[in-house]
Design a protein around this ligand. Structure first.
Ligand code: PBG
Length: 341
């Protein structure tokens, strides 16, 4: 009994059915022909962690298979993922405590870790697209994405001023795209204006438009040692219960000049991805965040799920929901899987 033969099931029907959707599922060829969504290596952006020093990589305990790399080893890893077809990396720096302050001023140091890393990547592997994060949390002693006043309030406009300096210094280092992940009001417009004024008209903005105050960021904060020292991020990141607010945030970022809008996290927010997609002509990105990665890794390590299949199914669901691009720690693994399938 060949499952490849669509007409092998020729026994007389016991009932008359006009529609038999299973006809189109009978063979692998047919299933491929009617498949509505495809996951491609072109969709993937690889978030990577860079630290100071040389010749070292440190695995992140809550993110097995993800490392903090020193620049030399980061370059090797990027060269490898580039060979596998991954087109873009998103950089996150691990900043040593002595360089942190209340204002996050290391974030716009022209010789800072991010700026040096961007320069080195663009020199060594010019065809990989480099995206840098614009937010203060890796650089502040308190771990918040913005400047905090004496009452613990995160100040919007003074923070935007620092974010602008940060984005301009990343552009000066040669970055292709900046990604404000801070959720301050008005930062996309302010960054666009400053980039243009400095002549960086082609530096794109990937806006974390609908970024939720999510517990799924836990492992990432371990990776960067950036967990907030007090309070939470609910006065700037969005309430997980809200949809219309996401549409509003996306509309504002588009009006302010975003080139790509993003929803974050992804798995628990597929409905938001779908709605955002229906409300914009811009490309939509989804961030498959650290906690989502950690859950799949943990279950796979326990032998409870088929890791490769679950990864592909999960990322395909984001594409199906409407994501054009996916930031995922699985990027390298998926590139390998797709290359061998
Ligand atoms: C910080 C930032 C976070 C992530 C990306 N940029 C964490 C946070 O907002 O606390 C999370 C990424 C992840 O969990 O994979 N601006």
């Amino acid at each position: 009994m060949s499952s490849e033969n669509p007409s092998s099931n020729n026994t007389a029907p016991t009932t008359t059915l006009i529609h038999r959707p299973r006809r189109l599922r009978r063979t692998a060829t047919l299933r491929r022909m009617v498949q509505e969504t495809t996951l491609s290596v072109d969709d993937l952006i690889y978030p990577m962690f860079v630290m100071e020093g040389e010749g070292q990589k440190m695995e992140i305990t809550s993110m097995p298979g993800c490392y903090r790399y020193t620049l030399d080893l980061l370059l090797q890893e990027i060269a490898e993922v580039s060979r596998l077809g991954v087109g873009a990396v998103a950089l996150f720096p691990v900043i040593s405590e002595i360089k942190k302050d209340d204002m996050g001023s290391e974030s716009y140091n022209s010789e800072g870790l991010v700026q040096q890393t961007v320069k080195a990547i663009k020199q060594a592997i010019p065809n990989i697209l480099v995206i840098t994060d614009v937010a203060l949390d890796p650089f502040t002693t308190h771990g918040h994405d913005g400047i905090v006043d004496e009452n613990g309030v995160i100040l919007n406009d003074p923070t935007v001023e620092v974010l602008v300096k940060m984005a301009v210094s990343q552009a000066a280092a040669g970055v292709d795209m900046v990604a404000p992940s801070d959720m301050m009001d008005g930062r996309v417009g302010a960054i666009r204006k400053a980039l243009d004024a400095e002549g960086y008209i082609d530096v794109r903005i990937l806006a974390y438009s609908a970024k939720y105050a999510s517990a799924y960021y836990g492992p990432f904060r371990d990776a960067l040692d950036s967990a907030p020292k007090f309070g939470d991020k609910k006065t700037y990141q969005m309430d997980p219960a809200n949809t219309r607010e996401a549409i509003k945030e996306v509309a504002l970022d588009i009006a302010e000049g975003a080139d790509i809008v993003m929803v974050k996290p992804a798995v628990a927010y597929l409905d938001i991805i779908c709605q955002v997609k229906n409300n914009t002509q811009l490309p939509v990105a989804a961030y498959n965040v650290s906690g989502e990665y950690a859950m799949i890794k943990a279950a796979a390590q326990m032998g409870w799920i088929d890791e490769k299949k679950v990864i592909l199914e999960t990322l395909t669901s984001m594409k199906r929901a409407g994501a054009d691009l996916i930031l995922t720690y699985f990027a390298k693994e998926v590139a390998l899987i797709l290359a061998n399938s």
